[in-house]
Write a protein that binds this ligand. Sequence first.
Ligand code: URA
Length: 248
Amino acid sequence: MVDDRELPEGERLQKVLARAGIGSRRVCEEMIEDGLVTVDGEVAVLGRRVDIDHDHIEIDGIPVPVRPGLVYYLLNKPAGAISTAADTHGRPTVVDLVPAEPRVFPVGRLDADTEGLLVLTNDGDLTHRLTHPSFGVDKEYLAQVEGTPTRAALRTLREGVELDDGMTAPAKVSTLEPSLLRITIHEGRNRQVRRMCEAVGHPVVRLVRTRIGDLTDRTLAPGEWRTLEIAEVRRLWAASSGDDEAPR
Ligand code: URA
């Protein structure tokens, strides 16, 4: 059998999409026939061949990562691990907790003391997308705080808190227990949740990130990771474009 990849014209689009995990070849053919797939901005026709190293493929306007070697991990970061690729003081980093090859980088940061969900990838486009302040993906945290926030304190957290780098954007805040808050923000300022809680008189005792966009996982133990499914990667991309429709 001829391997499509050896042909100078590239591989058939439906085969590339199926291998990326979008669906069966038949499903992918239907998407192409329905005009949902673009290659470098042009609506693709059935029979189209693509160069997976260079062509930019989208379905419904959301990129499909087809470049060989791209990996996406979801880590439940334990307290104590540092969110950088290498630590100058030799402390354990989040990168030490996932496979060493290919080399990946954390998408944004969690403080050393913060636990919870962190994406690591070697996809620079997605990283840029998710970390750029203008894209504003929702991130949800559980914050165990000192004391019991009053209704006024909760309102301030919701409406915006004056921090030394300016007012925070409105946040979603609910009380799960007297000292346990669920806080959703879309900004990514340094130590933002800790500073917000501190500013209203309730310093954080424990902070866990429980959701990024619509990505959640209650099954990962601290220090465990898993590979993201293609649909999850595409939903993250969609969330960062402000497009709430769940992509295929
Ligand atoms: N807010 C914080 O204060 N710390 C984090 O790690 C993430 C959000």
